[in-house]
Write a protein of this length. Sequence first.
Length: 776
Amino acid sequence: MFSFFRSLISRTRARRLLEKKGFMGARKRLTPEQTFRHAAEKSRSLGFIILTLVWAVSIAVLVLPAPKDASILVGGQHAQKSIFADMDFSYEDHVRTEAKRDNVRALVPLFFRIDPAVNKACLERANALFDNPATGDNSPEKAAVRELLQLIQETSQRKSFLVQLEGALEEGLILKVDKEKYAIGQEMRVIDAKGRIRKQKRLQDVPTVQESADRITDNTLKYYSYRNRELIRKALSETIAGLLSGNLIYDEKVTDEERKKEADSISPVIVEFKKGDTIIIKDQLIDAKDLAILDAYSKQLKQTKASLNFWRKLSESSIVSLLLIVLTGLYLYHIHPEVVRSTQKMWLTGTAIILAIIANYLSMEFFDSLSANCNIPPNLILMSLPLGMAAVLLSVLIGVRVAIYAGLFVSIIAALMLGSSLNLLIHGLLLSCVAGFAVRDALNHRAFFVRAMLAVTLTMGLTLISYAWEFHHNLRILNWALLFCLINGVATAILSLMSLFFLESVFQVSTNMSLLLLCDYNHPLLKRLQLEAPGTYHHSLMVSTLAEQAAQEIDANPIRARVGALFHDIGKLSKPEYFAENNVSGGDPHKELQPRMSSLIIMNHVKEGVDLALKYKLKKFIVDTIEQHHGTDLVFYFYRRAVEENTEKDIPVGELEYRYPGPLPREKENVIVSLADVCEAASRSLQKPSHAKIDSLVWELFRKRIRDGQLNDADLTFGELAGIRESFVKTLTTMLHARIAYPRDEEEEDEDDLFMAAKRNSAANPPAPEPASGKS
């Protein structure tokens, strides 16, 4: 126990000393997000939470009202069978209701409002006429009119005349053009200047300006006698007509309000159907009225079923969805145990399934609305559901077998939502298989989008052939079906791509598409390696080649192995000069350091690499590769130095102090990178490397790793390990092959000989001095 504490204290002191001297970065605490991720990955209860969420979502979409039954017909189609009412129901006859309301609106009188400004202007003109009679026209008739007006003025009849004018204006005068515009018999009501509504009367009974002028003229002339009475009457009527103006203005707002009020007072026309009544007769041509009856019947049927069988439906949905989840769990446990062991993969699978179920439910609701508004046959709903979404997502995130089973799960839920539709189940399974296999090898997001779109569109197009016999008589419906195939393909690709970005960000997972983006040698970390640690950069390139070839040999993921190898040693950027591959000066920076300090500097590149990976937001797989590529290996060189230096002092050296902190590599790609790292570095020390030497070296390194327990957690079989070793030997032999020694032609002088000969000739025959020049 004392040796343990003594070792712990010495390690702590050495680490702090290195941190003070700048050889090692200070320990960085994990962020709350990283702490949560580490805890979540080890928690088993979170796996049950995602299963519960999948169960809850499945129950919710099964219990919620489903879209319309696919047996509902469309306008212009002949009914294939008779439909009878299973219950009493009623529907509103919109056509008859609207006809009754139109009749009521037609009976509403027109409302006209008297304009006070017109009345005032007319009276002002009349007063002005009495005060200043016109003198321009000297015809006998006009002269007689002037005399008459003068006589009216003198006999105190002016007031009576103005009262007649005012009365005519108060009664209301309509323009002749307005009177002719409306039909004979049209009723109207007048709103006076005080806002009072007068009694209803016919519009034809309202006088025009000329009619009112004639009446006032007759009332005026009956008190006087003239010889040319008709001529004078005509002239006076024209004069009075000039004083008056039409003052009735049509009030459209009040009229519309009255029409609306009367129309709203009409109750809808309700048609009653009793149980057993015939709704549709076979071969009947379906019209708008039939569609309205069927729509009302369908709604009533759904409401009745929902109210009577809710608890039964809830219990059935709960049991069925629970059985599906249990079967899915058993499948994953036996076929893909790595998914069950990983909380992250369980959440990833569950979230993808939930997103797909919700997308299908929303698509059903959208199609239900579109079908009602555009007269689309409801059985085309099969063409509108993104059934391949879950398979497309999980095929690139986890694997194609998990993707197909998830697609089957989503298809079963969708089929239950539509009333146990076997066609939809088969359609969804076929779509999941084709789409999953189509996108699994996509190397970029553009290829992923195009493959997903084409796979879904073409598969649905081929499936449409089985339904073509139903639509051959209606080209419009066939066009809708083809359009839905295309829209569904595009929508599935877009939704899958958006969901893929979301899942990669939330769960810190990587796909071949996102990893290939990191293979760009212009990545900031790789550029830093090229400039600051060129030896490490070249070593990483060689390791990536080894790892990629070995991964292909055992059917692992070569892209993951390649990317992990490129970034596995980025931690050496903190102190690149302390690693042999970057030491170009020839000196040994470790010569002045204690073995323990040197070992800490070497081992620290793992921690620094993890910090850099987190800083640059690299994928979790790369962080794991950096953390695991040395496992708990021993820094043998400095451990041996420490043992040799402390042998004479009789001080024990703890082996654990010179071992990397781990953890051991687990995934196949991480193990391949770990083995490729040590094999590539060791192969550099071979003198005149040959196939036999390389094979012996790789075999010895593999046996050492196995004996040291570095592969205890590796997800590899001995057969796969043998395949990796053979791949390493083959690749290293190709990389380290000897060059052919080209023979030198003794008779041919090379450029160096020519330069040396010219130098010897110049020394043997120096140039003669130039004669001095001067004036005599």
